[in-house]
Design a protein around this ligand. Structure first.
Ligand SMILES: CC(C)(COP(=O)(O)OP(=O)(O)OC[C@H]1O[C@@H](n2cnc3c(N)ncnc32)[C@H](O)[C@@H]1OP(=O)(O)O)[C@@H](O)C(=O)NCCC(=O)NCCS
Length: 152
């Protein structure tokens, strides 16, 4: 199957939000959050979607960089369960990293659930390192790991 990647646009938000509710059941982003993010796409944000050969969205990812030379934060990355382990997340993460380089970011940051082994494996394989733990970041007893990748 051919998978294509393109910028996320406002038209995509209803589909992405519906998938978000399935994938991030405990704390999904609202439609309003996605709208705010996508409004800045190409400026302080870089959001992309992955599509299958029928042009249906099967994944998305996004990052923010407030200004040239500032650090980049990876804000989200998700792939439809039916399409995982095919390199889609790695492709999108690479796009976010490449964008951070264009912004001259010294470092990329992200938070990941301490128990989310697939995501941690993905990030470690792309050169991220764990630098600290944020206790209760996702709620009581739900700690986050802070991971970074230096770009300099
Ligand atoms: C994490 C997630 C985005 C990975 O998506 P994916 O498209 O399946 O990932 P890829 O196929 O690009 O995998 C790239 C690498 O990540 C690691 N990885 C991905 N899924 C893994 C799993 N289930 N177990 C172990 N390693 C895994 C591997 O190192 C893999 O490389 P390899 O296939 O060469 O071994 C996906 O599992 C997902 O959407 N999870 C739910 C949402 C989520 O947790 N997002 C991250 C929030 S921080």
């Amino acid at each position: 199957m051919t998978i294509t990647y393109r910028s996320m646009i406002p038209f995509d938000i209803p589909v992405v939000s519906a998938m978000e509710k399935e994938i991030f059941k405990d704390d999904p982003w609202s439609v309003g959050q996605f709208k705010e993010e996508v409004a800045n796409n190409g400026i302080t944000r870089h959001y992309l979607v992955a599509c299958d050969s029928q042009h249906q969205i099967i994944g998305w990812a996004g990052a923010m960089c407030a200004q040239e030379g500032a650090d980049t934060d990876i804000l989200t990355i998700a792939v439809d369960p039916d399409y995982r382990l095919r390199g889609i997340a790695r492709h999108m993460l690479t796009s976010l990293i490449d964008w951070a380089y264009t912004k001259n970011s010294p470092t990329i940051f992200l938070e990941v659930d301490k128990n989310n082994q697939p995501a941690q494996a993905l990030y470690i394989s792309e050169g991220f390192e764990i630098i600290s733990i944020r206790p209760d970041y996702y709620g009581a007893g739900l700690d986050a790991l802070v991971m970074t990748k230096a770009l300099e």
